[in-house]
Design a protein around this ligand. Structure first.
Ligand code: PBG
Length: 324
């Protein structure tokens, strides 16, 4: 059918007609909201490069959890700032570590809020790398055992989902193994399967104080140039027992999200990272863009590309927009 019989503008005439034929919709249920937990009491500190995002102490979590649930948000992912760091990241699996305490507090105050934990060492190591160093290199196999301990300690504290973000080879199998041995066979692994060595993580490294002291993460995170390698990484994680595959960052990697959606039948998650959020906020503060509309459009694009689940610092404002 061609013009004048077919006129695509017929359905653009008003909001009701547009929404009748809308192909992609966002819902607060698909978002995971990141929380940064810091030591101390009674504190909430805004992250300077991430307006509207706060680092908070454990005692603040009950109030935060209530607010999230009242917006229809059911999921958080936790990042911790430990009191002390060491070369092997011991704080990451300490029984009374910051994340372990945070999980217990959240489960105590708001049991229906689902808690995902980021499983990585970079916030806990004195050198800031995501694994242990041997001869100045991040040693893959030595790191695996520690990561497994971290995941287990999170599960013991009550985590609902564990999400390894370290990019060591073989970590999904290692984590699945230790969880199953300890009767946590119902705890899913959301793998940061395709995590690129990206400049978009800058503000997060300020927020979580985890920039590498020396060198960078290109020895373990992926080269932004690679698509086929992303499929190999995802295949490995599927074979090792991953339950959800994540792509990170999101907006600059929509092609990767879309490829994974086509090639795999697992749920796909995407992480709209700190730099993506910061750019929207900064341009908004300058009055150069409408930050709410750009946030909504970005999240819609990430979902349209194929992400079922979106981890985003914009979850609260997007939920408010969706709730009207
Ligand atoms: C830990 C981790 C990072 C992010 C999530 N988990 C930092 C990094 O890999 O450097 C980044 C998230 C963001 O930028 O919002 N490895």
């Amino acid at each position: 059918m061609v013009f004048p019989e077919y006129r695509p503008r017929r359905f653009r005439r008003n909001a009701q007609l547009r929404s009748l034929i809308r192909e992609t919709r966002l819902s607060p249920e698909q978002f995971i909201y990141p929380l940064f937990i810091m030591p101390g009491k009674g504190k909430r500190e805004e992250v300077s490069s991430m307006p509207g995002v706060f680092r908070m102490t454990v005692d603040q979590l009950g109030r935060e959890a209530k607010e999230l649930r009242s917006l229809g948000l059911n999921h958080v992912i936790l990042f911790g700032l430990p009191e002390t760091k060491d070369p092997v990241g011991s704080g990451a699996h300490a029984k009374d570590g910051i994340i372990q305490k945070a999980i217990k507090e959240l489960k105590n105050k708001e049991p229906e809020l689902m808690v995902t934990t980021d499983v990585c060492l970079c916030e806990y190591t004195s050198h800031g790398h995501c694994g242990v160093l041997i001869n100045k290199q991040v040693d893959n196999d030595a790191t695996l055992e520690i990561l497994a301990q971290v995941a287990l300690s999170h599960a013991k504290a009550g985590a609902d989902i564990v999400a390894p973000s370290d990019m060591m080879d073989g970590r999904v199998a290692e984590i699945r193994g230790i969880l199953d041995e300890n009767d946590f066979d119902m705890v899913p692994v959301m793998s940061y399967a395709v995590k690129y060595a990206s400049a978009f993580y800058g503000p997060f490294r300020d927020a979580a104080e985890c920039a590498p002291q020396e060198g960078d993460r290109q020895g373990y995170q992926m080269d932004p140039a690679n698509v086929r390698e992303a499929l190999r990484e995802a295949t490995l994680d599927v074979d090792e027992g991953a339950d959800i595959l994540m792509v990170k960052p999101a907006i600059a990697y929509l092609d990767i999200i879309s490829r994974l959606r086509e090639e795999f039948d697992l749920p796909i998650a995407a992480y709209q990272v700190s730099g993506e959020y910061a750019m929207i906020k900064a341009a908004g503060q300058k009055g150069w863009i409408d930050p709410d509309r750009v946030m909504a459009e970005s999240l819609l694009a990430i979902h349209r590309a194929g992400a079922d689940i979106i981890i985003t610092y914009g979850a609260k404002e997007m939920a408010r927009m969706l709730n009207g």
